[in-house]
Design a protein around this ligand. Structure first.
Ligand SMILES: O=P(O)(O)OC[C@H]1O[C@H](O)[C@H](O)[C@@H](O)[C@@H]1O
Length: 531
């Protein structure tokens, strides 16, 4: 019988620690959910829901259409255990892609595959957004060793100032930069626009686009067709049954791993091992189920507490950003699968534990109690950071983690902890697989489709409408006549002049040939004309 969470009773908490501790020797991972408010009654109450959740995950892994809204299978677990794929052709295809990625990475790094000018590649420009950008960023930041592999640069949105800075940094090396354009759908505007800018600048600096460009996308997507027609250097497949936020064990994460010389096979093996451990249909012996249950109880099954991710390892600094997409895009849903309005989700934030302690942990300890912390630590330390006197940095780091963990409990705040014996590619694979499965199970508990993203589509459609409105607005003003916002609104038939004001404010801030009179603080006083 599990005692209830009681932050004021150290003995009870120690007993809970021992009762709930999950440990796996091969991976060297501990999970502790004893400081989450989960009790015996919760475990009992959740047991039937978990039975259904385990069955649903088994069906998903077996190839069911687990994403009914998009009529898609959900197969990211097959990527690291290809023999699980529903047919032999898929298994062979996954295996072949991994080998192609490995070979390509090796050839680029050892210089047997060069840029068109005969020089070895010096840099990678990675162009992708959402899962096509965050996973690669995590791989590189977490696994690249100093001086190993190629330096990575990212276009992860269409900010012209960001692109300008990145291209300026690459300038003299653009002819030896490998450009990887990544879009599962192949139709996302951001990577398309980034690609156009990269190609134009690269060619202006003497590069040869086709010999430097790589596509990662679904076969026959718009991007794939461009890559085929343009005879790009390589194309890697992003399978229909892999969603963006769970694509890190596909080419999306493996290609960066290969290009920074990281242990790609170890990464896959860590994920595969964690998949096996989280397939166990027993709540107390399944770390993903323990996490999902703890999240559920903490947030009353309605996401009422935010997940604050505090990794005590710099290499995991972008992990919380990665989890933001995985958790919030998967769980943040208006409707449940029965069509009821539920407004589900769990908000995620965090940076680096020990650093955040000097920023916002104050509020966590003393302020609004609307969160639970996820501590992540790694025990093994590098050997080149010696003790100075009797001060050992790793001891301080451990002390700071334990200190924050205790201070939170004293304040009645909830936390869970993941301890890795060592942080490496295998551990990263395991960590990702752990969260993927926890999110999948939690989605079953609250009955939402974790694999669609209708809200994102709504934003994309609205953005397209604004761009179309801008086109009509510019066409109207091209006659040189001066017009007020009200006149523009009437001519264009919009609900209000607000979008027009936003568009014109942007146009007038740049040399696009617009002339404006009046006061920007009093929109009704303004008149606009094209000169
Ligand atoms: O890889 P892509 O098809 O270009 O998609 C990139 C991203 O944008 C979409 O809008 C989705 O919300 C994300 O889940 C996805 O990762």
């Amino acid at each position: 019988m599990l005692a209830n969470f009681d932050g004021s009773n150290a003995q009870i908490q120690w007993q809970r620690f021992c009762d709930l501790l999950w440990y796996e020797r091969d991976l060297g991972i501990w999970l502790d959910v004893s400081r989450m408010a989960i009790g015996q009654a919760d475990l009992d109450a959740l047991a039937p829901r978990f039975e259904l959740a385990f069955a649903a995950m088994a069906a998903l892994e077996g190839g069911a259409i687990a994403n009914p809204d998009e009529q898609r299978q959900v197969g990211h677990y097959w990527l690291r255990t290809p023999e699980l794929a529903p047919d032999a052709a898929t298994t062979a295809h996954i295996n072949a892609e991994v080998e192609r990625i490995e070979t390509f990475g090796r050839e680029v790094l050892d210089g047997s595959l060069c840029a068109a000018n005969g020089q070895p590649f010096t840099d990678v420009l990675w162009i992708g957004i959402g899962g096509s950008g965050l996973g690669p960023l995590l791989m590189v930041r977490a696994l690249q060793e100093e001086g190993q592999g190629l330096p990575f640069h990212f276009f992860d949105n269409v900010d012209p100032a960001g692109m300008s800075r990145t291209l300026a940094g690459l300038d003299g090396r653009l002819a030896t930069t490998l450009v990887v354009v990544v879009s599962k759908s192949g139709g996302t505007p951001e990577p398309h626009i980034g690609m156009e800018q990269a190609q134009a600048r690269l060619e202006a600096r003497g590069g040869q686009w086709a010999a430097q460009a790589v596509a990662v996308t679904m076969i026959d997507s718009k991007l794939d067709q461009v890559a085929v027609a343009g005879q790009w250097l390589r194309r890697f497949d992003m399978f229909d049954w892999v969603g963006g936020r769970t694509s890190i064990t596909s080419a999306v994460g493996l290609l960066p791993a290969a290009l920074v010389g990281a242990d790609l096979r170890g990464f896959l093996a860590g994920a595969a091992r964690m998949d096996a451990l989280t397939r166990v249909s027993d709540l107390l012996h399944n770390p993903a189920a323990l996490m999902a249950a703890a999240w559920f109880v903490a947030g009353h099954g309605q996401g009422k507490r935010d997940m604050v991710v505090l990794p005590y390892r710099d290499r995991l600094e972008v992990f919380s950003r990665y989890l933001q997409q995985l958790v919030m895009e998967s769980l943040g849903k208006k409707h449940d699968r029965g069509g009821e309005v539920v407004h589900q989700g769990i908000a995620v934030y965090g940076n680096k534990g020990s650093t955040d302690q000097h920023a916002y942990v104050q509020q966590l300890r003393d302020g609004i109690d609307n969160f639970f912390v996820t501590f992540i630590e790694a025990l093994e330390e590098p050997s080149d950071i010696p003790p100075i006197g009797d001060e050992i940095p790793g001891d301080f780091l451990d002390g700071f983690l334990q200190g924050t963990r205790s201070a939170l409990m004293e304040g009645g705040r909830q936390s869970l902890s993941i301890t890795l014996r060592r942080f490496d590619a295998t551990a990263l694979g395991a960590l990702i697989a752990l969260f993927e499965r926890a999110v999948g199970l939690y989605a079953e508990l609250v009955n939402v489709n974790a694999y669609d993203q209708p809200g994102v589509e709504a934003g994309k459609k609205a953005a397209a409408l604004i761009l179309a409105l801008q086109e009509r607005l510019e066409a109207l003003l091209s006659d040189g006549q001066e017009r007020s916002l009200q006149e523009l609104q009437q001519a264009l038939g919009t609900d209000s002049p607000e979008s027009l004001f936003w568009i014109l404010r942007h146009l007038c801030a740049n040399p696009r040939g617009y002339q404006v009179t009046g006061d920007w603080g009093a929109p009704a006083s303004m008149k606009f004309a094209k000169v």
